[in-house]
Design a protein around this ligand. Structure first.
Ligand SMILES: CC(C)(COP(=O)(O)OP(=O)(O)OC[C@H]1O[C@@H](n2cnc3c(N)ncnc32)[C@H](O)[C@@H]1OP(=O)(O)O)[C@@H](O)C(=O)NCCC(=O)NCCS
Length: 176
């Protein structure tokens, strides 16, 4: 039986270099897949992962098997204004003055999918954020064709607002 563990970080300085490198390699592999087709260098991927921890209340979580990162998620508290130019006026007004937490990243190694890791990662992120703030609403955006992600989000109570991301028009915003 593989030894799976989850580690949460709140500060960039606490993320061990070897785990960051492993996560950055995974990040590059995952976002090269359909429908994302994104190419990132290891350096930029590392910056993006650590960039999640740019605010108080932010959390980055890695799932490890032995010393290899096989999954990651992360997010941070935001205010509705930060979504200006991304969501339409109606949604922006609805979210005004609502305590919000943006799920910024989630990915699981293709060889480890379907084993509950994505769900555990997202639940841990939600639990950690909820421990810091009452009545939090969680928001994320995803590609309209990202079927596995949409199944996971629905299972955890997210609903598609069908509000299209104004700068990535094949993405819609989901809220929980
Ligand atoms: C989305 C993703 C993180 C899910 O990770 P995962 O570890 O495979 O998810 P889980 O195993 O926890 O699955 C959660 C639930 O969704 C279901 N599910 C996940 N992928 C599925 C699929 N392709 N088909 C059917 N059901 C699926 C699982 O069966 C499970 O439901 P269950 O508990 O009722 O069986 C993973 O597919 C991934 O990394 N995809 C590429 C990156 C990505 O799309 N990220 C989201 C960007 S917004």
């Amino acid at each position: 039986m593989e030894q799976i563990s989850f580690i949460s970080y709140q500060n960039k300085e606490d993320v061990p270099k070897n785990h960051l490198l492993s996560a950055a390699k995974l990040y590059c592999r995952i976002w090269e897949e359909e429908p994302w087709n994104e190419k990132w260098s290891i350096e930029v991927a590392s910056d993006k992962l650590l960039g999640v921890l740019s605010k108080e209340g932010a959390t980055l979580i890695f799932c490890l098997i032995k010393d290899e990162v096989v999954g990651f998620t992360g997010g941070k508290p935001i205010v509705a204004e930060e979504l200006s130019g991304r969501v339409n006026e109606k949604l922006l007004n609805e979210l005004n003055n609502v305590p919000l937490f943006l799920v910024a990243e989630i990915g699981v190694d293709s060889l480890q999918r379907g084993k509950g890791i994505g769900q555990k990662l997202l639940l841990k992120l939600i639990d950690t954020a909820n421990a810091d703030c009452d009545n939090l609403r969680f928001i994320l955006h995803t590609d309209i064709t990202a079927e596995s992600a949409k199944i996971l989000y629905r299972k955890l109570g997210f609903k598609d607002t069908h509000s299209v991301d104004l700068s990535i028009t094949n993405h819609t915003y989901w809220i929980r």
